[in-house]
Design a binder for this molecule. Structure first.
Ligand SMILES: [Zn+2]
Ligand SMILES: [Zn+2]
Length: 250
């Protein structure tokens, strides 16, 4: 999944050599930093990932376990993944322990003997126990980051040590922003095909409108021709008859 890659600028203007401002103020006074590799001014919170070799919007970190960057578009999926992984290892540790206790109680044995009799459960319990600390630690850490509205990159580099975090709101709003983000279309995709459809539809509407206006014009022409014919016919039949007679006959 695209984490929010900001496409490179391969235009001639961007590739021209020369001095450029490292920071550029965009509309609203927001400062964009220049990326020498992508040849673009990237928005705040984005960073160039050296592994993916791309600028990523709201860069969190590059995850070697899933082999992808974590950014604005996939951070919610990463949060769900890390918390569900924690629940899995927790269940992997607790459920075998419950099984040992029940088995020991049923057969009147102690816990060590129960573990020896349930080899598979013992293995699951050990794996669960080993995973508890690293996965649990990550889960708690990312829950904390969501609550204070910080990315891993910002937290590790102490970006908000001297200045106040401008993105931080109250805890509920911060979590809502992370867990229900606005759907964003990948910038790597081609322009929306809907535009073509709209163009076709609008072209169809104009064509039909043109057709209708042509029909109306033709009908008007026919009307006037008929009127003229009737008038001339009326004139021919009775020269003194008023024009209203001709109109009424139409
Ligand atoms: Zn870049
Ligand atoms: Zn990356």
């Amino acid at each position: 999944m695209d984490p929010g890659v900001i496409p490179r600028d391969n235009s001639e203007a961007a590739n021209k050599k020369g001095k450029r401002d490292f920071v550029k103020e965009m509309q609203g006074g927001v400062k964009f930093k220049w990326c020498r590799t992508c040849r673009i001014y990237r928005p705040p919170r984005s960073k160039h990932c050296p592994v993916c070799d791309n600028c990523v919007d709201k860069f969190d970190h590059h995850c070697p376990w899933i082999g992808n960057c974590i950014g604005r578009r996939n951070y919610v999926h990463f949060q769900c993944f890390i918390h569900s992984a924690f629940l899995l290892v927790l269940a992997g540790f607790v459920l075998p322990y419950v099984q040992f206790t029940l088995y020991a109680h049923k057969h009147g044995e102690n816990l060590i003997h129960a573990m020896g009799d349930n080899g598979g459960c013992l293995l699951t319990c050990i794996i669960g126990f080993l995973g508890l600390l690293p996965v649990g630690g990550l889960s708690v850490y990312h829950a904390y980051l969501a609550m204070v509205n910080r990315t891993t990159n910002e937290d590790v580099n102490d970006v908000f040590k001297r200045i106040e975090n401008p993105y931080e709101q109250d805890t509920v709003a911060n979590c809502t922003q992370i867990l229900w983000p606005k759907p964003r279309r990948s910038k790597l995709l081609m322009p929306k095909p809907v535009q073509k459809e709209t163009a076709v539809v609008s072209a169809g509407i104009t064509a039909s409108a043109e057709g209708e206006s042509k029909k109306k014009k033709r009908a008007k022409k026919v009307e006037t021709v008929e009127l003229q014919v009737n008038e001339t016919a009326g004139e021919e039949s009775s020269p003194g008859t008023p024009q209203s007679n001709g109109k009424n006959s139409v």
